[in-house]
Design a protein around this ligand. Structure first.
Ligand code: ADP
Ligand code: ZN
Length: 516
């Protein structure tokens, strides 16, 4: 009688219980259905296919893009007494033949295959004759151009579903926003798969965002109550990293700079000193952190805004690995947004630029969110939080709310008047009655909504429009230059059947304080 998943977990892997969605995922695969698994690194994705592989008769094929990862996994499985092997270009000819012989003899429970091997030399023909139990596609984001590591040979894995419609398939990844997810599912032919997104929450990290005005004194202010704590300050450019580190040292705060332009020796020195707590603060570019496993990092400060929520999540995730309270602080400035947008325009193809711009806009949406940060963050990854978290700046001091019905109506009717064919910037220009060339050319200065929002700043309208997007009154057509469109939900608001309360945009608070 075949062993049950829990028996295998206990006896083979030596773990007491499944982590929350692992069991459901295993059951889905065992019942012959497809699954899509989105879990952060370290969340425990491997067991989701390894346990079913041991429950099923036959061999499970695991498609994995990185030879080194494959080898680690196979070594770990063998240590647990499981017969597993790799089939990739690192194998010598004799070894490759031996692996194939084992495969044909039914001696392997799991075979890790590189995609180019899977798709060449009649390998697919070969496995048609064999009892394959399941396909696991690891690092599935490589299938999609929306992901950060697109691999053309991965894009061809859709053939698996065509050739083997009966064999359950499980795709796994740690990074995927909504677009990437949709793309993975359609390219792999997994539209019917059950999706599991979980484990992204890091409850001990407190997220805060402040408007960046005097960043260096904002940073030292933050650090002043955190003496003797270890932390990382991320900045975007090497130049800024060096400048901030130098100023911190001059201010009597011991900090070191780290970026890819420094000599290897210096980088290793900084890294070691940080790990040993000899240096408490490292000012760094994103080059710092890969593979750094330091559990007592108490804070991560973003001196500049990261270019995507994926990066932000990964970088802030280096704080509080020990489970103790940790802080993630983002300094958010509109200047940075402009710089980041400018950088995207340079080089790359149009499709790639569009994707990067979308990711940047999601990051801005997070920074501007007027609702629980954790909800926005987890929502991005498709992971849900039932309640506000109580451990972010918004939860701790909720923004003031105001009756935004009239302003929202103005904004929505302006979107409508410009034919639902323009993005945020243009709609704001029309609302505020800007006299620019484009507006004149389009005759948008003759629209009834031209200038009806003069009394508010550009930031006010930007913020209001984004809240309307977050709340589902407007949507941005991502396939079409992010033009704004009304949703069904906008109608009752436009017809005056609904009143709307929104969070007061932060910049107007400042404006009002001054004028009062
Ligand atoms: P991922 O592939 O999602 O990055 P892994 O599958 O490598 O994560 O798992 C991360 C770590 O968590 C591994 O050390 C693994 O042994 C451990 N782990 C996974 N599931 C469990 C579990 N149910 N109980 C205990 N440890 C687990
Ligand atoms: Zn919160």
């Amino acid at each position: 009688m075949p062993a049950s998943p829990i028996q295998i977990l206990n006896d083979v892997f030596g773990f007491k219980s499944f982590r929350s969605p692992q069991q459901e995922i295993v059951e889905t695969v065992l019942s012959g259905r497809d699954a899509f698994v989105l879990m952060p690194t370290g969340g425990g994705k491997s067991l989701c296919y390894q346990v079913p592989a041991l429950c099923f008769p036959g061999t499970a094929l695991v498609i994995s893009p990185l030879i080194s990862l494959m080898k680690d996994q196979v070594d770990a499985l063998r240590e647990n007494g499981i017969s597993a092997a790799c089939y990739n270009s690192a194998l010598g000819e004799a070894e490759a033949r031996r692996v194939l012989a084992q495969l044909h003899a039914g001696e392997l429970k799991l075979l890790y295959v590189a995609p180019e091997r899977l798709l060449s030399d009649g390998f697919l023909e070969r496995i048609k004759q064999l009892p394959i139990s399941l396909f696991a596609i690891d690092e599935a984001h490589c299938v999609s151009q929306w992901g950060h590591d697109f691999r053309p040979e991965y894009a061809q894995l859709g053939v698996l579903r065509e050739i083997f419609p009966e064999i359950p398939m499980i795709a796994l990844t740690a990074t995927a926003d909504a677009q990437t997810r949709g793309d993975i599912l359609s390219r792999l032919g997994l539209q019917g798969a059950t999706c599991y997104c979980a484990g992204f929450d890091r409850p001990n990290i407190r997220y805060s965002v402040i408007d960046k005005n005097k960043p260096f004194s904002q940073l030292t202010g933050f650090l002043s109550s955190r003496k003797d704590e270890a932390g990382i300050v991320y900045a975007l450019s090497r130049k800024r990293v060096e400048e901030v580190a130098k100023k911190l040292c001059a201010a009597g705060i011991k900090a070191a700079a780290y970026h890819a332009g420094l000599p290897d020796k210096e980088r290793h020195r900084v890294q070691d000193a940080f790990l040993k707590d000899d240096i408490k603060i490292v000012v760094a570019t994103v080059a710092f952190g890969m593979g750094i496993d330091k559990s007592n990092v108490r804070f991560v400060v973003h001196y500049d805004m990261p270019k995507s929520i994926e990066s932000y999540y990964q970088e802030t995730g280096r704080a509080g690995r020990d489970g103790l309270p940790a802080d993630a602080l983002l300094l958010f400035g509109y200047g940075d947004v402009a710089v980041a947008r400018g950088l995207i325009g340079n080089g790359g193809n149009a499709e790639q630029n569009r994707i990067e711009l979308h990711k940047l806009n999601c990051m801005i949406g997070f920074a501007e969110a007027q609702t629980c940060r954790r909800r926005v963050l987890l929502g991005y990854f498709g992971d849900r939080l039932e309640q506000d978290c109580g451990n972010c700046d918004i939860c701790e001091s909720p923004p003031e709310r105001f009756d935004a019905t009239e302003d929202a109506q103005k904004a929505l009717s302006c979107v409508y008047r410009v034919g639902q064919r323009f993005g945020v910037g243009h709609v704001i220009d029309v609302l505020r009655g800007s006299q620019n060339h484009r507006i004149q050319e389009l005759k948008h200065d003759q629209l009834s909504t031209f200038g009806i929002g003069k009394q508010h700043s550009q930031e006010f309208w930007g913020n209001l429009l984004r809240q309307l997007i977050h709340l589902g009154y407007l949507e941005q057509d991502l396939a079409n230059f992010s033009v704004l469109k009304l949703t069904e939900g906008a109608r009752p608001l436009l017809r005056g059947e609904l009143r709307l309360e929104l969070a007061r945009p932060r910049d107007t608070k400042v404006v009002e304080k001054k004028s009062a």
